[in-house]
Design a protein around this ligand. Structure first.
Ligand code: PLP
Length: 361
């Protein structure tokens, strides 16, 4: 076996122990003579997996009792539609922070449903920073306030949260969920595609507070309705069973390794190593993101020229350091260092960066 250190942005690296466990159980799940893929989603075995996945989310995020945890199809993008369809009426508008590529997509879908008030627009300066939450002029009557906690492409991450008062705070946490402590009760609705910190692509985690669930419209078609999914515990239809099973394994693994607190500490260590290496390179590497909003999940950096970036990415790949190319829309380099990235991977990367800089600087 020759696994590389995989810095892909998503789908991204998963804990090896999880892949091995899934492999071991794949063909014959717990002596049942069939795979979990072949089992009824109403079977006791799958029900247990499903319930475990839900309770691990609650436990790891220390969610108060007034939250429902849902696993839905369609990844995070489905939630770009479902949030406004469930919560944005004709009478109200929602507040939105436009912080990068992902917020832009969420915004475009919300606009198709109702009226949107931009409380922050980073497009003029090319999404190079984030606002101070206390500077946002929020509408106290808004249906909700939408944030993207970590802009996966731009490498920006909110470090503190706005006070939205009675307005539900809705947050796309696709690329940093389970990487830091969340203030209990703060968020009205959290959603995340699983393929960064949670598991395989295709499944979306939705965490919704009871009072927000109560505000959801009742006249939606079944699959689009949070109420129906919450009432049926995400078993209204056949859920993405295998993705939920793998997510459960990832969450168990996280719990065993010390939970969100330990994960946050590791995120700090990984990101300090990388940003430190960029800072100490005498300008060979540069990070376009201001220190105050740098992401601990996606570290974006540039080299002196695009040619050098190409060489860097190719030579890194030869050393078993994969996925370092920046997103096609922005270029440059990006190291995604999610929960499952071992610290050894980051040490290997910074070692390579130092050697590369001394050869080409
Ligand atoms: C990856 C990502 C998405 C999209 O997730 P899909 O599962 O592909 O729909 C949305 N928001 C953020 C912040 C992301 O990183």
């Amino acid at each position: 076996m020759n696994r590389i250190f995989n810095f892909n942005a998503g789908p991204s690296t998963l804990p090896l122990a999880v892949l091995e466990k899934a492999q071991q159980e794949f063909v014959d799940y717990q002596g049942k003579g069939m795979s979990i893929l072949e089992m009824s989603h109403r079977s006791p075995e799958y029900s247990h997996v499903h319930q475990q996945a839900v309770s691990l989310v609650k436990e790891l995020l220390e969610l108060p009792d007034n939250y429902s945890v849902l696993f839905l199809g369609g990844g995070a993008t489905m939630q770009f539609s479902m949030v406004p369809l469930n919560l944005l009426s004709q009478e109200k508008s929602c507040d939105f922070t436009l912080t990068g590529t992902w917020a832009k997509k969420a915004l475009a879908d919300a606009k198709k449903v109702g009226s949107v008030n931009l409380v922050y627009d980073g497009s003029a300066d090319n999404f190079s920073s984030l606002p101070d939450p206390s500077d946002l002029k929020l509408d106290p009557q808004a249906a909700y306030l939408h944030l993207t906690s970590n802009e996966t492409i731009g490498g920006l991450q909110w470090q503190s949260w706005p006070d939205a008062g009675q307005v539900p705070l809705v947050c796309d946490m696709s690329s940093d969920i389970m990487s830091r402590h969340l203030p209990p009760g703060k968020f009205g609705l959290i959603y995340a595609g699983a393929q960064k910190n949670l598991g395989p692509a295709g499944v979306g985690l939705v965490i919704i507070r009871d009072d927000v669930l109560d505000r959801c419209f009742t006249d939606l078609t079944a699959y689009l309705s949070y109420r129906i999914h919450a009432e049926k515990n995400s078993l209204y239809n056949t859920p993405p069973v295998f993705a939920i099973y793998l997510t459960k394994l990832v969450l168990e693994n996280l719990k065993q390794s010390g939970g969100v607190k330990a994960a946050a500490k590791l995120c700090q260590q990984r990101s300090e190593l990388l940003y430190g290496t960029v800072e100490q390179s005498a300008g060979f590497y540069s990070c376009p993101v201001p220190t105050l909003c740098r992401s601990k999940m996606n570290v974006v950096f540039r080299l002196p020229s695009q040619d050098l970036e190409k060489t860097f990415i190719a030579q890194a790949a030869e050393q078993g350091l994969g996925g370092l190319k920046g997103h096609r829309s922005v270029g440059g380099c990006r190291a995604s260092i999610y929960n499952a990235m071992p610290i050894e991977g980051v040490e290997a990367l910074v070692g390579f960066m130092q050697v590369f800089a001394s050869r080409h600087g």
